[in-house]
Design a protein around this ligand. Structure first.
Ligand SMILES: [Zn+2]
Length: 185
């Protein structure tokens, strides 16, 4: 008898290399926490910052205008609308008839009259102005609204003439980029 030797074919399994290091690996992208204490219980310091992403949407021209030293208002273009005066703060759509508003730049210098004022000693969160400051409501010709802002310097009185001032250098890109200064003729 001839002994047949069956040679078992060795199956060659090529193991797929799993890359342990490289692009595919998930990375920790944060900042590691600091342990403040371990006794009697563990307390960690977890640094966090909060960025509020906010869109100005259709009101973007107003803020672009402030950066360029222009005060821009909106007006309802609907001839049948009962309100055709200008709006500041601007509106994307007419509050009376819901038509999309059109833009108008007020001619410089923008001169207004103080309608009312108040001294702000404790400002709300987000109002990044040094206190105390004078918050002033200024009447402007042709406006349906009496916009609120602040007096950059001086002491206000009712009926006082003021001129718009713009923070075009290092703008905050917020409504704080315009304010009022006393205007004497
Ligand atoms: Zn309207």
């Amino acid at each position: 008898m001839v002994k047949k030797t069956i040679q078992k074919k060795k199956k060659v399994v090529t193991k797929k290399k799993v890359e342990k290091k490289g692009k595919d690996q998930i990375k920790f992208i944060g900042q590691v926490t600091k342990i403040r204490q371990t006794e009697p219980r563990t307390v960690i310091e977890w640094p966090r910052t909060l960025t509020h992403v906010h869109t100005y949407g259709m009101l973007s021209p107003f803020f672009k205008g402030l950066r360029e030293g222009k005060l821009m208002a909106t007006r309802c273009p609907n001839k049948n609308c009962p309100e055709n005066r200008l709006w500041i703060p601007p509106r994307a759509h007419c509050p009376d008839c819901h038509t999309e508003m059109t833009w108008k730049t007020l001619p410089n210098p923008v001169i207004g009259k103080i309608y009312s004022f108040t001294e702000v000693v404790y400002a709300g969160i987000g109002i990044e102005l040094s206190t105390p400051y004078w918050q002033v409501d200024v009447e402007l010709p042709g406006l349906a609204t009496i916009p609120k802002s602040y007096l950059l310097y001086g002491k206000p009185y009712i009926g006082m003439k003021v001129k718009a001032e713009f923070r075009t250098k290092n703008p905050t890109n917020t409504v704080l980029d315009y304010c009022w200064v006393p205007y004497e003729q």
